[in-house]
Design a protein around this ligand. Structure first.
Ligand SMILES: [Ca+2]
Ligand SMILES: [Ca+2]
Length: 447
């Protein structure tokens, strides 16, 4: 009798195996059906990007090349190659795609030199319709009575137009984007820097057709005005593309400060204290002690550090600044973040702001000999307004929109880190894991 039990079990096992196989088959069919649904959806999502190229494989992705542009490893925004043009002639690459009513083209561009004389221009991006050449919008830079301006350098049947702010400069990568979209009676054109609009208008024009051509490079109408440019990271899409994420970081692990562009006072790299790995920067601020770094120009920057206090400002009203983000050559906006002794309570806050007084958060309150992640975001909103926000350990503790009236604001490209703007007797702090980026960094765990 007992011998039958295994055979019954065997039958049961076979039945169970059959059920499992049937289940697997059903799961497989379901998976295939799901994939058949999802893959076209994913392809549809991908349709917003029409074309992209970073010049890592010559000009193989482009339909045609005019003049003598070439790919170089001299500089690159991403990867190892960029396109170089040296233009007193037409030097550009061209691509045709399926026509659409609205198209954006974004590229990173760096100028070695600029239009030299009043009225001279250089063109860098073009979107147009191959049918009848309407619309035809070209973006670039003009020398306007000695002031360099981004704008629409040329338009068939219409006037060029330039943004009064902000101004391009040499030796910095710019994320410049041109958008053209058909309207009921013409088209809309827009110029964006780092994904932020700097110039736009609408243009009335009959006989407009879908946009189906893009040109990228350096060309202008001024003979003898030889201008070298580097272009990289071209994307053509149906929506706003914006900037690529980019960042720079330093944790003082080399033992010195050669990765930094400047040193003020005498901060030192120490090996007996670190948030991450073995070393950090010690700033014993009987004087201003800090390190400085220049990064690529951006309309929005985040700086994040880990900071640990050895001592706080001992007297009421005393301040210690730790981080500052600012424009080129200390241009506005300049925003500093640190701590203040407010009637015996230590508070995080803005220790300095162009166009705005100091302000501090009631909570949270820092304590001594604890590592904090401290992040500052500054975003230039327009020529006279910027936004600033402070994050401690990943949480927002204070934010303000500030108005600046003493001239124009600049895109950001400077960082200052350490112990400075001290308004009381000696205090000290350690700094580690510095990151400056064009996106929100957020606190990271000790690694
Ligand atoms: Ca590249
Ligand atoms: Ca370190």
């Amino acid at each position: 009798m007992e011998a039958q039990i295994p055979s019954i079990n065997k039958k049961k096992n076979l039945t169970a195996r059959g059920k499992i196989l049937a289940g697997l088959a059903l799961a497989l069919v379901a998976l295939i059906i799901i994939m058949l649904i999802i893959i076209p959806l994913l392809l549809n999502l991908g349709l917003t990007t029409i074309f992209s190229d970073g010049f890592e494989a010559g000009f193989s992705k482009w339909d045609s090349v005019e003049g003598d542009p070439y790919t170089t490893t001299y500089t690159a925004h991403h990867g190892t190659h960029a396109m170089q043009t040296t233009t007193d002639q037409l030097e550009r690459v061209h691509k045709t795609f399926t026509g659409r009513p609205s198209v954006n083209v974004r590229a990173y561009i760096e100028f070695a030199n600029m239009p030299r004389a009043d009225g001279n221009v250089i063109s860098i991006l073009e979107l147009d319709s191959g049918i009848g050449n309407q619309p035809n919008v070209i973006a670039g830079v003009k020398n306007d009575s000695g002031v360099l301006k981004w704008g629409f350098t040329h338009i068939v049947g219409g006037a060029p137009k330039f943004a009064s702010w902000p101004h391009p400069d040499i030796a910095s990568w710019y994320c410049i984007e041109l958008r053209v979209a058909l309207t009921a009676d013409g088209y809309y054109r827009e110029l964006l820097l780092d994904g932020r609009q700097i110039l736009n208008d609408t243009y009335t024009s009959a006989n407009c057709h879908n946009l189906d051509e893009v040109f990228v490079g350096g060309w202008d109408k001024t003979p003898g005005d030889s201008i070298t440019t580097w272009t990289d990271c071209v994307v053509v899409a149906e929506t706003v593309i914006g900037p690529e994420h980019s960042s720079w970081s330093n944790g003082f692990e080399s033992g010195e400060m050669s990765a930094w562009d400047g040193i003020q006072g005498s901060p030192i790299v120490v090996s007996d204290m670190a948030y991450q790995s073995n070393r950090s920067l010690w700033c014993s601020t009987t004087e201003d002690q800090y390190v400085t770094k220049l990064y690529n120009s951006t309309m929005s920057a985040d700086a994040m550090v880990y900071v640990r206090f050895d001592s706080f400002p001992p007297t009421d009203g005393g301040i210690l600044s730790i981080l500052d983000l600012h424009g080129s050559s200390d241009a506005p906006p300049s925003v500093a973040v640190g701590v203040k002794n407010d009637s015996g309570t230590i508070k995080w806050g803005f220790t300095y702001q162009d166009g705005r007084g100091k302000s501090f958060a009631d909570t949270p309150n820092p304590v001594l000999r604890t590592w904090y992640s401290l992040e500052l975001n500054v975003t230039v909103l327009d020529s006279h307004h910027y936004y600033a926000e402070i994050f401690v350990d990943g949480s927002s503790v204070l934010n303000e929109t500030a108005s600046y009236s003493l001239g124009d604001l600049h895109p950001l490209n400077g960082l200052l880190v350490g112990g400075f703007n001290k308004q009381s007797s000696a205090v000290g702090d350690w700094i580690d894991c510095v990151v400056v980026a064009n996106y929100h960094v957020g606190s990271k765990k000790r690694g």
